[in-house]
Ligand binder design. Structure first.
Ligand SMILES: *Cc1c(COP(=O)(O)O)cnc(C)c1O
Length: 232
């Protein structure tokens, strides 16, 4: 597919869709960052995206992301880690990531904190607390009732700059309602963390609804990259 223009076309189509949603919401385009989720795609595709002006990319598996970020170290990309992260892999992720969107356990925050202690102190890691909008505790994310206490722990961790919340809309809920719930949790978060204003929400199928509810970071994969190759 490289060079056939399809990628550029899909990127342009999504960017136009986001611009429409931002206008509809009466928001400032500068307040919305689009992260292109490149999981399962080869580094060559990420390089092609960078050539089209993409700066923020998202990955959800440590090993794959470590390899791709190393291969593309000549590019000025910001790597966002968006998947469930085991504490034992925190150090490896802190080696390449600009942001981790899936803070959901104290053990992970502690592990990231100790890994970051050996990183250049000028480079803080952006952290997003993932919230679980379902009753299914097997799904990643902090329960809303635990949010304030967990946020206090993140705030107390040197090296992590708490940016805000991250969520995935559950399949059985209207996305706009799910994102409204995240927006309200974000307002509550700001009573303990006034600077944590970011909302990482909205994917290929629901980014318009996310923008209308105040998303600041969209995580968009297939609408831009095309279908993902099968997991290897
Ligand atoms: C894969 C993934 C996305 C992107 O999903 P698309 O439907 O391909 O846009 C966004 N967020 C998370 C957490 C993901 O794992």
């Amino acid at each position: 597919m490289a060079g056939d223009g399809a990628l550029a076309e899909r990127l342009a189509r999504v960017e136009a869709g986001i611009a429409d949603a931002v206008r509809e919401a009466g928001r400032d385009p500068a307040d919305v960052t689009t992260i292109v989720v490149t999981k399962f795609h080869p580094a060559t595709l990420v390089r092609e995206l960078a050539g089209l002006g993409v700066v923020d990319v998202g990955e959800n598996r440590q090993q794959e992301a470590s390899e791709k970020s190393a291969e593309l170290a000549d590019l000025e990309l910001r790597w966002h880690f968006i998947g469930q992260l085991q504490s034992k892999k925190a150090r490896l992720v802190s080696g390449f990531a600009t942001a981790v969107h899936s803070l959901d356990r104290l053990s992970l925050v502690t592990a990231l904190g100790s890994a970051l202690a050996s990183r250049d102190p000028r480079t803080t890691l952006d952290g997003f607390i993932q919230v679980n909008l379902t009753d299914d505790t097997a799904r990643g994310g902090v329960r809303p009732g635990d949010l304030d206490a967990f946020a206090e722990s993140v705030l107390a961790t040197d090296g992590i700059r708490l940016r805000g919340l991250m969520a995935v809309a559950p399949l059985d809920v209207e996305p706009r309602a799910a994102f409204e719930a995240v927006r309200l949790l974000g307002e509550r978060l700001r009573t303990v963390a006034p600077e944590a204003t970011a909302l990482s929400m909205g994917m290929s199928g629901d980014y318009r609804e996310a923008v209308l509810e105040g998303a600041t970071h969209l995580r968009i994969g297939t609408a831009i990259t095309g279908n993902r190759p099968l997991a290897g």
